[in-house]
Design a binder for this molecule. Structure first.
Ligand SMILES: C[S@@+](CC[C@H](N)C(=O)[O-])C[C@H]1O[C@@H](n2cnc3c(N)ncnc32)[C@H](O)[C@@H]1O
Length: 246
């Protein structure tokens, strides 16, 4: 597995502990991802969480859909160790797959998923990688399936984008100053500010925060084949982007 800052164990544990403080809409976005999952309560569907980290969203999905099976895909073995522990009560209904999103994780699925969800992860892929991922999601989904991505996005104009990044960085600084995040997480948050505020105009590489606008990403969805695409929710630098497979 290639090295990536998310593969450090202190970062996985730090995000697991602090996510709902760091991300201003953490629970709200999880709620928004749960609602449009296109399955009935008794559907034995497969659900996939891309960049699902420590399994917090998958836990909620498997509670909400008691017959569904879930696969958490993530590059970070330490995050997946925490996910495995969190999801152990679901027995064989829950599985973790250690894979980059850029690699063919879909070949590890035993049936076509009804929904592929993701939160705060796909923005780490560069534009070409996102387009490839969305195409592979489209091909992998069963008919009627949904791709639901709640992620960080870029505003259309630079000044608004920078203001959004500054606001979030200020929240991160308050958390660090009040000792509410682990030292490993505090270091990661300072690096986030350096990348997205101090050097916000520097070119982004895969693995950075490759923020793109909602319109650009919905264009990628359409190009991938999704028949209905929309953005049901947007606030500051976060959005839910949805694509339905006919
Ligand atoms: C901000 S965390 C979000 C975790 C989880 N989705 C949540 O909301 O709690 C980003 C996650 O994306 C994963 N990730 C980042 N780049 C990835 C990649 N290229 N392939 C797979 N996972 C990746 C990280 O390991 C990390 O678990």
């Amino acid at each position: 597995m290639p090295d990536n800052r998310w593969t450090q164990s202190d970062l996985a544990a730090g995000y697991d502990a602090g996510a709902a403080l760091i991300h201003p809409y953490y629970h709200e976005l999880q709620d928004l991802l749960l609602r449009p999952v296109p399955i009935a309560a008794d559907d034995e569907a497969v659900l996939v969480d891309l960049g699902g980290g420590t399994g917090r969203l998958m836990e909620r999905l498997l509670d909400a859909f008691p017959k569904a099976r879930g696969v958490v895909v993530d590059i970070s073995a330490p995050a997946l160790e925490l996910a495995t522990a969190r999801l152990t009560r679901f027995g064989p209904r829950a599985r973790c797959a250690c894979s980059r999103l850029q690699d063919p994780w879909e070949s590890q699925l035993d049936s076509a998923p009804a929904a592929i969800v993701s939160m705060s992860a796909i923005h780490h892929l560069d534009p070409a990688e996102k387009q490839d991922l969305y195409s592979r999601c489209f091909r992998a989904l069963r008919p009627g399936g949904a791709l639901l991505n709640a992620d960080e996005v870029r505003a259309g104009d630079g000044a608004t984008y920078l203001a959004h990044c500054k606001n979030w960085a200020a929240r991160m600084c308050r958390l660090i100053d009040s000792g509410q995040v682990t030292p490993g997480m505090a270091e990661a948050l300072c690096k986030w500010e350096a990348r997205n505020v101090t050097h916000w105009q520097a070119p982004r590489r895969s693995g950075d925060d490759c923020h793109e606008t909602i319109d650009v990403q919905l264009g990628y969805y359409s190009a991938a084949g999704f028949a209905r695409v929309d953005c049901p929710w947007k606030k500051e630098m976060w959005a839910v982007m949805r694509g339905m497979k006919a």
